[in-house]
Write a protein that binds this ligand. Structure first.
Ligand code: NAD
Ligand code: ZN
Length: 359
């Protein structure tokens, strides 16, 4: 199965299914063989888990570069090292990169691809649930000590090969992290889909088939929004639902101390409270989603470890805040997002309410 993504300058397919790496390789042998070099960029952990599978199924010759796990690869140092590796290996404008990993590897590799020799093709081979989001849409970036994803480019992949095989080794924390973005896609796009989540008793009750179906739906939502607004001038801002407060949690707690998705799940609760206030979301909905998140094991105590002052400071610094004003993606109703200017006092009151629930 595949989902097409059309942007102003490119059209590409997101292939998804179980064990599709090999079919990708055989289907595209002609195209892939035209590149003078193929370089797989992956992280230590993914490679230790999946080297055998990749070597067995990716049947073309490739070079390999292994970066540190997770967020620690989105640094200037890793960026520089990968670029140096490509130069040392005599890669050219006719080489292609393959990002094998979660969102961190994808973001780094995409940014390397966007800038090596002014841009070479790259393929996304996502290995996390979260990367159903990050691998589609062409946002690539590394972090700066002053902020996450501050240095980057919009640069679309040539293709995305989402092989569900990789998801089997994900630990619970990463399942939770990815599921948060799936839930976000549900909240901003569909009036009924969210009911499927609200009926879940716990994380273990999620069947594999159902999860894969949700991931596919999530990719469709992301692809559709990217098609409408690739460069985040309008609709794409809706994808930031839960992220204004969520990013502030990540920054305050410390990157790597909380997964991106867990922070987004936390951030969606104040966003839902504000949607009750500014939109027509029924009263009590934020509490229902909070209870669901607790049943699924999201850890809200992170909120208690950061002061509102610190969160507020990071929210103002967010690159999406404009002239010091906070613009939140909110819901008019479930499935219908809109942008709203929100005062610090209003956020403080939601933050306060959330702290009461968590205590
Ligand atoms: P990640 O790449 O940091 O992976 C999380 C952890 O899971 C890592 O330790 C990794 O080694 C491990 N892992 C990866 N695949 C695995 C597998 N199959 N089995 C077991 N372990 C595995 O993180 P992520 O959660 O996928 O993505 C988060 C990153 O994505 C953040 O840097 C965030 O900023 C970025 N992001 C980007 C976009 C975008 O549009 N570009 C969107 C959302 C998030
Ligand atoms: Zn996100």
């Amino acid at each position: 199965m595949s989902i097409q993504v059309k942007t102003k300058d490119s059209v590409y397919e997101v292939y998804l299914g179980e064990n599709i790496l090999q079919s990708f390789c055989s289907r595209e042998t002609d195209k892939l063989s035209k590149y003078d070099q193929l370089v797989i960029i992956t992280d230590e952990h993914v490679w230790s888990l999946h080297e055998e599978y990749v070597r067995r199924n990716f049947t073309l010759p490739f070079k390999l570069y292994i970066v540190p796990n997770g967020e620690s690869c989105k640094t200037f140092e890793s960026y520089y090292q990968v670029q140096s590796f490509l130069l040392d290996e005599n890669c050219s404008r006719n080489s292609a990169l393959l990002a094998l990993g979660g969102g961190a590897v994808g973001d780094l590799t995409g940014f390397v691809a966007a800038t090596f020799m002014r841009g070479i093709p790259f393929y996304q081979i996502p290995t996390t649930i979260l990367a159903h989001d990050s691998a589609v849409g062409g946002k690539t970036a590394i972090n700066h000590p002053n902020g996450k994803n501050m240095i980057g480019a919009f640069y679309q992949p040539t293709e995305v090969i989402y092989d569900f095989h990789f998801l089997k080794t994900l630990p619970e924390g990463e399942i939770r992290s990815g599921l948060a973005e799936v839930i976000k896609h549900s909240l901003i796009s569909d009036t009924k889909w969210m009911d499927e989540f609200l009926n879940l008793p716990n994380l273990l009750a999620i069947e594999n088939k159902q999860l894969l179906h949700w991931i596919e739906k999530g990719i469709r939502v992301k692809a559709h929004i990217v098609e409408l607004d690739e460069k985040e001038q309008s609709y794409r801002k809706f994808l930031n639902f839960g992220h204004t407060y969520g990013h502030a949690i990540e920054a305050s707690v410390g990157y790597g101390q909380v997964t991106h998705g867990e922070a987004v799940m936390i951030g969606m609760i104040p966003a839902l409270m504000l949607s009750e206030l500014h939109g027509n979301v029924e009263k009590g909905y934020a509490r229902r989603v909070y209870d669901l998140a607790n049943r699924l094991g999201y850890n809200f105590t992170h909120v208690l470890h950061c002061s509102f002052e610190s969160l507020s400071m990071f929210m103002q610094k967010d690159k999406k805040s404009m002239n010091g004003e906070l613009h939140f993606a909110l819901l008019q109703e479930i499935g219908h997002p809109f942008m709203q200017k929100v005062s610090v006092e209003e956020i403080k009151s939601c933050d306060n309410q959330l702290r009461q629930w968590v205590k």
